[in-house]
Ligand binder design. Structure first.
Ligand SMILES: Cc1cc2nc3c(=O)[nH]c(=O)nc-3n(C[C@H](O)[C@H](O)[C@H](O)COP(=O)(O)OP(=O)(O)OC[C@H]3O[C@@H](n4cnc5c(N)ncnc54)[C@H](O)[C@@H]3O)c2cc1C
Length: 561
């Protein structure tokens, strides 16, 4: 009996070693876990920028998004209920250069370690955090440089254009400070200042308030410097490594390599940025249906390149405007919205619970913390780091459920308006929802649309009037019944939306952790080409993440959280 036990232990040990050497990634119990001498060598290679076994020493309740980012073991949220929680990686390379990244990639590959890349830790699906991993933390790489006339490498007969090069760890706030406040240009980034410019946001598509005019961030990428799984450094642009270039513009972060620097097209700065706010309460269900229909018909008439951001529909029969616009004066924007405001005011079945307000600002006012909607919390840093107050609800919370869906423009046509109204009305009986009009490109600026068509983002975004988002998250600790009920409500509300949009797809950067058919839902018809590119650039599957492009035949369930 004793003999059998011994053989069994030997056999099990051998299996562990083999699994660590082959398809599975090493865990701390494995014999191939890096030795202290290997780690010592790595530390020398990365000039000391290596943490081993260091745990985040900050309480996970910290609400300043920029302070959270100073800690490699923290994420912006506290995780997703029954899906993932932030993890401390046993090995963290605090990368300061592309060479540090190369050493990290080589080390992870040679030791068959799970490799994770983290910029800001904003990922809703927790893909920049994993136990038993080597983390390449790009946070210190924040250099930003403007170009008057950028020509991508190996491009010969191409006219140069104004651009900005940004290292992997820079956040949008820093890019706006450089490009807009100091440089007087516009760059298409994200609505939330604390999101990273070069990481998951851009590689998953990337929408900002004014994407209807300037397109997605991915569509403005002119060149990316990438460290591939074999440790080589590549430049991808329209003239070389074109497949990789396409994949990096929508195919998702953490998948094809570590992007160490991006160069983005910049644009002339619009003369104004503005906002439209207001809230209407319909006194009856019938009145709310009328309001939804009237709003959709009206919005069709102003849809174009000027307006973006959010309209909320609540269970209490409210329609809330939280829109932004660019390049219009207050008088011009008000004139466009007057027909809708007048119609609402004329009907006694509606109560205006927050007055309509149209406000235009100069670009510098818009992008500084002086903006009234913004908050300044972190004065320790040399630059003022601020974030929009709306973001407060997302920081240090636990996500219960989150869904998104591209809403096709044909649902806004006269023939399908009744169906659209019904969908919004019925879904909002169960759970409140938002339409993000800046995240659908139907009817947007034609150049922005044609550039987005050249990227690997789900083409449903091009045909969409808006992205519908619904989610529940909380800072409070709720009981399991409460959470289960919220999840069930959201599932039910989202099923109503899905029923009217069967082919539409979802935005991979803002989607459900438990998404079924995620390959087609996130990547649509681009999935098969992305698979081929993945095979070509990462044939051993060094880069793995949840709902990310896998190697052909890879067992996705085996991906460690
Ligand atoms: C508060 C908040 C606001 C948001 N606002 C918007 C918005 O306005 N518009 C929008 O489109 N989306 C928005 N998002 C979604 C956002 O696009 C995703 O959360 C995105 O994944 C964030 O990317 P990151 O690099 O900042 O985050 P991280 O969590 O650091 O990384 C996200 C993913 O990218 C990978 N990655 C990071 N850096 C690199 C790199 N250098 N090379 C390769 N892979 C890398 C990571 O491994 C991970 O898989 C928002 C999210 C939050 C939490």
């Amino acid at each position: 009996m004793k003999m059998i036990d011994k053989n069994f232990i030997l056999y099990a040990g051998l299996l562990l070693m083999l699994s660590c050497q082959t398809s599975q990634k090493c865990a701390s119990k494995d014999a191939y876990w890096p030795s202290s001498s290997a780690l010592k060598k790595l530390k020398q290679q990365v000039k000391g920028h290596l943490y081993v076994g260091r745990k985040s020493d900050l309480g996970s309740d910290e609400r300043n998004p920029f302070v959270r980012q100073e800690h490699p073991g923290l994420m912006q949220t506290k995780g997703w209920h029954e899906a993932w929680s932030p993890a401390n990686s046993p090995f963290v390379i605090r990368a300061e250069s592309v060479e540090d990244v190369v050493h990290g990639v080589n080390f992870a590959r040679e030791h068959n370690l799970r490799l994770v890349i983290k910029g800001t830790g904003h990922d809703y699906l927790g893909r920049s955090s994993a136990t038993n991993s080597l983390l390449i933390w790009t946070h210190p790489m924040r250099d930003i440089k403007s170009h008057a006339n950028f020509i991508p490498a190996a491009c010969i007969a191409v006219a140069g254009e104004p651009a900005v090069s940004v290292e992997a760890g820079a956040r949008w706030l820093e890019v706006y400070q450089h490009v807009t406040l100091a440089g007087g240009h516009y760059v298409q980034g994200g609505g939330c200042n604390s999101v990273g410019a070069a990481g998951g946001f851009l590689q998953g598509g990337g929408f900002g308030s004014f994407s209807r005019k300037f397109g997605t961030a991915a569509a403005n990428l002119l060149e990316a410097e990438v460290v591939l799984a074999d440790g080589s450094i590549r430049l991808a642009n329209a003239c070389q490594n074109q497949d990789l270039f396409w994949a990096l513009r929508g195919g998702g972060g953490g998948t094809f390599g570590v992007v160490t620097r991006i160069t983005l097209r910049t644009h002339p700065l619009p003369k104004t940025f503005g906002s439209i706010t207001g809230k209407i309460n319909a006194k009856t269900d019938d009145a709310f249906k009328q309001l939804i229909k009237r709003f959709a018909r009206f919005y069709r008439s102003v849809n174009g390149e000027h307006f973006g951001e959010i309209v909320n529909f609540t269970q209490k029969n409210e329609l809330e405007l939280r829109l932004h616009f660019q390049e219009l004066s207050e008088i011009e924007a008000s004139a466009k919205w007057q027909p809708f405001f007048t119609w609402v005011k004329k009907h006694p079945e509606f109560e205006i619970t927050q007055n309509f307000k149209v406000e235009a600002k100069s670009p510098s006012e818009h992008w500084t913390f002086k903006n009234q909607q913004a908050q300044l919390r972190d004065s320790q840093s040399e630059a003022p780091y601020w974030w929009w107050s709306a973001q407060d609800d997302e920081i240090a919370t636990t996500i219960y459920a989150y869904y998104s869906r591209w809403i096709p423009q044909n649902l806004f046509t006269e023939q399908r308006l009744a169906e659209f109204t019904n969908m919004i009305f019925k879904a909002s009986r169960v759970f409140g929802l938002s339409l993000h009009f800046n995240k659908g490109l139907a009817g947007a600026n034609p150049l922005a649309v044609s550039r987005a068509r050249e990227t690997s983002l789900h083409p449903g975004s091009l045909d969409a009037m808006a992205l519908l988002i619904m989610g529940a998250q909380s800072r409070e600790v709720h009981n399991p019944q409460f959470i289960a009920q919220k999840k069930a409500e959201l599932r039910q509300a989202f099923a109503i939306v899905k029923h009217s949009t069967p082919e539409a797809g979802t935005y991979g950067n803002e989607t459900d952790y438990f998404l079924e058919n995620w390959e087609s839902e996130i990547y649509g018809p681009n999935f098969s080409r992305l698979l081929k590119i993945k095979q070509a650039v990462d044939s051993q599957g060094l880069f793995q993440c949840h709902h990310c492009i896998p190697l052909r035949g890879q067992n996705l369930e085996s991906i460690q959280k």
